[in-house]
Ligand binder design. Structure first.
Ligand code: FAD
Length: 432
């Protein structure tokens, strides 16, 4: 008979919500801890920013969300659906393929309502400590704080779904301590207005970096996009009067100059770091069994990015890998955890440890930097593998095709336009 466990889920963002649903479907008893007053995690827009715009001051008030006001999804709504709950049906009428962030929040609220997840969530309740009752045992204590009250509760398992877009990573720039300009991390970017008439250097050409660059170019005097590459020649972007591409920054100095490896330099007012985030589990106590390494970029050891071999299956993580069709990945990881906890799928500590070593060896042999441990691109094989563990269908082939069609489209029409110009010929064939 399937085993029912009492499970704590930390976080009521997209990953926590679908995890709660899968655990409940599998017959587990679920409590979701959510530190804020509403569900949706990252998709709840917060106009406030942190007092330290680089988010380095340890005493600052932490703002969880990193959404900017104009954000539209970087995937079409079909790729942000769950396997049996379509984002398509959320609203009818004149809808964008790539919706604005408010619509994603609405979708997540409807999902939670339709599956009775709201009743499982303890809002305004921050988890401050998660630790095994005893090492080698099967029970975990979860300490949480709600207003001024602290409480402790013992669970059979804990699933961590706390998101990883809150603790910024900042570029290391020679000379920065004496540079007189202003610095900000994209975590604290909301609207372009403060950049009006400024000369801005944006570091990082990921989706946020590109979105923000194009947006501030509408008001700034000049925008200089600096990427990791040392080989790029300085060049003006087609169709923009005030936007340049550069290599990595070489150094900055006290006169305000920013000098790039491409040999060019400019006198800048602001450096905007779109340089990503660190994994962070400030509440987790595992005696060093699970750690965050490589300056916040690697969590481990984790079997398939989910289970720490020595603490599984009682401790698990949803949402660690990035890039790809993340909502569907959350769902598959959650189903897998639910079935492992109920005893339908078995994990062997030895096999998990060997797999982690093998994975690390493969990265090394391929010359992949350690910082890319959790970058699964393409993520399809990973999702197929998880589905196979449970003997369930993987992600629809049409959705996979759709994912690649977006890449092709962005390559053809450019990042600035792909959301509006993307057309998918096989839309009608999708089984959504
Ligand atoms: P979050 O949404 O961050 O949720 C975590 C939750 O945990 C929060 O509600 C938080 O309050 C809670 N929490 C944290 N710590 C505690 C604690 N100690 N106690 C209690 N509660 C806690 N993905 C896409 O698929 N499409 C996109 O277009 C897209 N755009 C993105 C744009 C930006 C700017 C960023 C940063 C990410 C984007 N992503 C996108 C990826 C995004 O991370 C996922 O879509 C997803 O929403 C993340 O969900 P999550 O549940 O893992 O984390």
């Amino acid at each position: 008979m399937a085993e029912s466990r009492k499970v704590a889920v930390i976080g009521a963002g997209a990953s926590g919500l679908v995890t709660a649903r899968e655990l409940q479907r599998e017959g587990h008893r679920v409590v979701v801890f959510e530190k804020s007053n509403q569900l949706g995690g990252l998709w709840v827009y917060n106009p406030r920013v942190e007092t330290d715009l680089l988010s380095l001051d340890p005493n600052r008030e932490i703002i969880h969300r990193s959404l900017y006001k104009s954000l539209r999804t970087n995937l079409p709504r079909q790729l942000m659906s769950f396997s049996d709950y379509s984002f398509d049906c959320a609203e009818n009428g004149n809808r964008l393929n790539f919706p604005e962030h408010e619509e994603v929040l609405k979708f997540l609220n409807e999902f939670a309502k339709d599956f009775g997840i709201n009743e499982l969530i303890r809002f305004n309740t921050e988890v401050v400590r998660v630790a095994p009752v005893e090492f080698g045992g099967n029970r975990w204590v979860v300490e949480s704080k709600s207003e001024e009250l602290s409480s402790e509760e013992v669970f059979d398992s804990v699933v961590i779904c706390n998101g990883h877009y809150t603790v910024p990573r900042v570029a290391n720039i020679p000379g920065i301590n004496n540079w007189p300009g202003k610095q900000i991390h994209s975590h604290n970017y909301r609207v372009p207005k403060p950049f009006k008439d400024q000369i801005v250097v944006v570091i990082g050409d990921g989706p946020s970096g590109l979105d923000i660059c194009l947006e501030i170019a509408t008001v700034a005097k000049q925008v200089h996009l600096s990427t990791r590459s040392s080989e790029i020649e300085v060049s003006k972007l087609d169709n923009y009067e005030n936007l340049w591409n550069h290599s990595k920054i070489d150094h900055v100095d006290e006169s305000g100059e920013v000098t790039f490896l491409d040999g060019s330099s400019i006198h800048a007012d602001i450096i905007l770091h779109c340089t990503g985030y660190k994994y962070d589990f400030p509440f987790l106590e595992t005696n060093g069994i699970v750690s965050v390494d490589d300056k916040g970029r690697v969590v481990g050891p984790l079997y398939k990015h989910v289970f720490p071999p020595k603490l599984s299956p009682c401790l698990s993580f949803v949402g660690i890998p990035y890039q790809g069709i993340v909502f569907l990945m959350f769902e598959l990881q959650a189903k897998w955890i639910a079935q492992v906890l109920s005893g339908k799928v078995f994990l062997s500590e030895e096999e998990m440890l060997a797999d982690v070593e093998d994975h690390n060896r493969q990265l090394e042999e391929a010359g992949t930097p350690k910082r890319h441990t959790h970058r699964l691109h393409p993520q399809m094989e990973y999702m197929d593998w998880i589905a196979a563990q449970m003997g369930i269908p993987s992600v629809d082939a049409g959705l996979k095709e759709m994912y690649w069609s977006i890449y092709r489209c962005a390559g053809e029409v450019g990042y600035a336009n792909y959301r509006d110009l993307w057309v998918f010929d096989n839309l009608a064939k999708l089984s959504l």
